[in-house]
Design a protein around this ligand. Structure first.
Ligand code: UGA
Length: 435
């Protein structure tokens, strides 16, 4: 069993460190955020991720997992240092590498034994080489032997623990095959395909995978808009397409488009890298345009159905960027709420986990206790994020509470004809409007 240090306790670092501990390794998770580490030491999770708290508690209890702010402590005796810090977007889309640089600088300062540096953060192609240069620059000739391995993560928020334990594949990239094999050994027990390639290719696989998934969603959203004009049903179109093994059914749910901390930043960063290297990333640009347009289309639907937005009350169900997370980063729901507010509407909303974060981002948003309160006095109701608990609501109660009749189902989870029969005025995304 190995001793592993994980730098960064965001959802990638915390999930990765905890899962490795659960596989029997000894793991120290490090973060420079003292408050976060203090909370983790007391068993308080910094993020909402199903199954994570229980796994953290079990492994802390078993003595395989601990938390620190000290690089010296975390690196002591570690055979692997995993970097899992954020790489946010700067204004032009370029990935901001300041946290990665600071992690690498700190590793370099404390390096007193051979180590394998595993990069899990999503970083521009070429970063692996840059990390190696940085460490050599800092330590000069006295640098203990080290290798850099790129190991992109494919965890989804909301199912990150499962995704870690049952990956479709593990991708490793390095110029040092021995180091890559040693990282591969950490994953062998999961019995999933392991692919070893060079550093830059591994880094590119991550960007290409996220960009492709984002493109699938934008594709089906474009088809949804065509369906709406031509009277076809995009849900059936996606089902029919998905039965083709070459296409497959996943990531073909039309709706308000993608958000979160990954797709927006990664598609932008790939576009930036492409343009900088002289390529023409026209598909990636269209993928982003279509995605932003889905948000405006939802606002326009409400506006048209209500005959304007000025002075109207809109209820919004679901505020996080997707279900099963409290993450509101680039949430389509919050973006739409900002547009509604700008158009003169007042907005009241509810989310099972993301209330605080949403209020912090959009202070003008009124928070409600449940979906029925959201409907109270509303002229229109928008389903923005498809939490399970919104799937079977009592629409008699919703209707009785509303002032108006307009329902915009931004994720196609409700039975339109049924709601229409009840006297509500239903609009989905890419589905024929019930008469
Ligand atoms: C995504 C990838 O799925 C992970 O493989 C990757 O590791 C992660 O980014 C990352 O780079 O860290 P995540 O952002 O957690 O994971 O969320 P997804 O489940 O991929 O959903 C992204 C967005 O697409 C959400 O806003 C979701 O509502 C939207 N979506 C998803 C659709 O609009 N339609 C779909 O059919 C699927």
């Amino acid at each position: 069993m190995a001793k592993i240090c994980v730098i960064g306790t965001g959802y990638v670092g915390l999930v990765t460190g905890t899962c490795f501990a659960d596989m029997g390794h000894t793991v120290t998770c490090l973060d420079i955020d003292e408050n976060r580490i203090h909370q983790l030491q007391q068993g308080i999770m910094p993020i909402y991720e199903p199954g994570l708290k229980q796994l953290v508690d079990q492994n802390v209890e078993a003595g395989r997992l601990d938390f620190t702010t000290s690089y010296r402590e975390a690196l002591k005796g570690s055979e692997f240092a995993l970097i899992a810090v954020g790489t946010p977007s700067s204004d032009d889309g370029e990935a901001d590498m300041r946290y990665v640089k600071s992690a690498v600088d700190s590793i370099a300062q404390h390096l007193d034994h051979p180590i394998i540096i595993v990069n899990k953060s999503t970083v521009p192609v070429g970063t692996g080489d840059w990390v190696a240069e940085l460490i050599h620059e800092q330590n000069g000739k006295g640098t203990p032997p080290f290798s850099v391995v790129s190991n992109p993560e494919f965890l989804r928020e909301g199912s990150a623990v499962n995704d870690f334990m049952q990956p479709d594949r593990v991708v490793l990239g390095s110029t040092n095959i021995e180091a890559a094999n040693r990282v591969a050994d950490l994953y062998q027990v999961l019995r999933s395909p392991i692919m070893i390639t060079d550093l830059r290719t591994a880094e590119m696989i991550k960007y290409a995978s996220n960009a492709f998934l984002a493109a699938r969603i934008s594709f089906i959203n474009e088809i949804a808009n065509i369906c709406e004009s031509l009277g076809a049903d995009v849900r059936e179109v996606a089902r029919g397409m998905g039965m083709d093994k070459r296409i497959g059914p996943a990531f073909l749910d039309a709706g308000l488009g993608w958000g979160g901390s990954c797709f927006p930043k990664d598609v932008k960063a790939l576009t930036y890298m492409a343009a900088k290297s002289g390529a023409h990333p026209q598909l990636l640009r269209a993928v982003m345009d279509i995605n932003m347009n889905q948000r405006s289309l939802a606002v326009r639907k409400l506006e048209q159905a209500l005959g304007g937005l000025e002075g109207k009350v809109i209820g919004v169900l679901g505020l996080s960027f997707k279900p099963n997370t409290d993450d509101t980063r680039d949430s389509p729901a919050l973006d739409i709420i900002r547009m509604l507010l700008k158009a003169g509407a007042s907005v009241q909303g509810f989310d099972p986990q993301a209330m605080q974060a949403s209020k912090a981002e959009v202070p003008e948003l009124t928070l409600c206790q449940n979906p029925y309160d959201v409907a109270k006095g509303a002229d229109g109701l928008l389903l923005a994020t498809e939490w399970n608990e919104f799937k079977s609501l009592d629409f008699g109660r919703i209707k009785a509470n509303m002032r108006g009749r307009v329902i915009v189902d931004g994720r196609n989870i409700w039975d339109g004809p049924e709601l229409q029969k009840m006297g509500l005025n239903y609009f989905g995304v890419g589905v024929p409007n019930p008469k």
